[in-house]
Design a protein around this ligand. Structure first.
Ligand code: GLA
Length: 377
């Protein structure tokens, strides 16, 4: 099955936009392997917009020979030789957002071309889509085309959340669907995306996931969407949100120049384990005050995780929040004991009954994994 778990990878857009070429993509693939990103699950190396010539030739999209002199097949072969997968970009309109050819009217031809090159993932954008055309059908068509191309290709739909794609994209064959407009490198942007999607996750599961956009972790105000930057603590919170919510984890920073703090966030084992958990169960919201959110997510092995995200930038105070195990499906007064572990640090937070209090400061979060202790363990 394609996209059994949320996709993990890297995409060129957030940092490089039109400044892409085959050396950058190959170097990034090398880094994914050499610096251990592959070992923790990052697999897809995705070229976003701006890779093609502005005009089709003989009806075909042509990689810009100045940027990709060896061609896409050779690049795909290189990426595959590293044990990674290759992603490319097109658009449901006739012209992409940055002004390159889109696939409107060429869906089956382009999918066949991508399959011949060895593409494993197709991001499919929404710019310049004719008002007169039917968008559900356009995504369905580009879902069918790769399915008939002779190659397994993850279909990553991107219509920026217009007309609530969580209601229809899975049935139109998308493996992931972008649910919001573009992310920017600041706290306002990622907290707004979080707020807008927090109750929009019930459809997440094997085969199709809500894509909350590429990660800004480690961008540090550099690159195309680098608008302000965040602290490392804020980047960690952003990564934790995306991981907990079951979003694809697609790195957007320049990993060739990433510092240790960035690498540690992107490779956090506890958060990746929650995102890639075998049950792939979507989270639910327990409480939403608009300032802080408590959420829970069933994990494999009879465990359940809870998360508290305090995104109240107006107030100074630390929230002292009670978590009742009853709200995690574990009856109070049942005598059941629960072993609690901090997901980010791995710290053992002890054994509790009925519930616990957690302090979470402004723009801070906590994610804990709960394990019911019964006779068997
Ligand atoms: C849109 C998408 C972005 C990126 C650009 C490329 O804005 O939402 O993620 O792909 O187009 O032009």
């Amino acid at each position: 099955m394609l996209c059994e778990k949320p996709i993990m990878g890297w995409n060129s857009w957030n940092t490089f936009a039109e400044n892409i070429n085959e050396d950058l993509i190959k170097k990034t693939a090398d880094i994914i392997v050499e610096r251990g990103y592959k070992d923790v699950g990052y697999e897809y190396v995705i070229i976003d917009d701006c890779w093609a010539l502005k005009q089709r030739e003989n009806g075909k999209m042509v990689p810009n020979p100045e940027l990709f002199p060896s061609g896409m097949k050779a690049l795909a072969d290189y990426i595959h030789s590293k044990g990674l997968k290759f992603g490319i970009y097109s658009c449901a309109g006739a012209i992409t957002c940055a002004g390159y050819p889109g696939s409107f009217g060429y869906e089956f031809e382009d999918a066949k071309q991508f399959a011949e090159w060895g593409v494993d993932y197709l991001k499919y954008d929404f710019c310049n889509f004719p008002l007169s055309a039917n968008k559900e059908n356009a995504y369905l068509t580009m879902a069918m085309a790769p399915r008939n191309s002779g190659r397994d290709i993850v279909f990553a739909a991107c219509n920026w959340g217009e007309e609530n794609p969580s209601q229809w994209m899975r049935s139109r064959g998308a493996h992931t669907y972008r649910s919001t407009g573009d992310i920017f490198d600041n706290t306002k942007s990622f907290t707004e995306i979080f707020r807008s999607q927090v109750s929009n996750l019930n459809g997440n599961g094997p085969g199709c996931y809500n894509d909350m956009d590429m990660l800004i972790v480690g961008m540090k105000n550099k690159g195309h969407v680098g608008l302000g930057g965040c602290s490392d603590e804020e980047y960690l919170m952003h990564f934790a949100m995306w991981a907990f919510m079951g979003s694809p984890l697609i790195i957007g920073c320049d990993i060739g120049n990433a510092d240790k703090a960035t690498e540690d966030i992107l490779k956090n084992p506890g958060l990746i384990a929650i995102n890639q958990d075998d049950e792939c169960c979507p989270p639910f919201v327990m409480k939403n005050t608009g300032m802080y959110y408590t959420m829970a997510k069933i994990l494999s092995g009879g465990r359940i995780a809870f998360a508290i995200f305090n995104i109240d930038e107006q107030n100074e105070w630390v929230q002292n929040i009670s978590v009742l195990f009853e709200d995690l499906g574990i009856r109070s007064n049942s005598g059941l004991k629960v072993k609690v572990t901090d997901a980010v640090t791995g710290e053992d937070l002890g054994i509790h009954e009925d519930g616990m209090w957690i302090n979470v400061g402004v723009m801070k979060f906590r994610i804990c994994v709960c394990e019911v202790i019964n006779e068997k363990n």
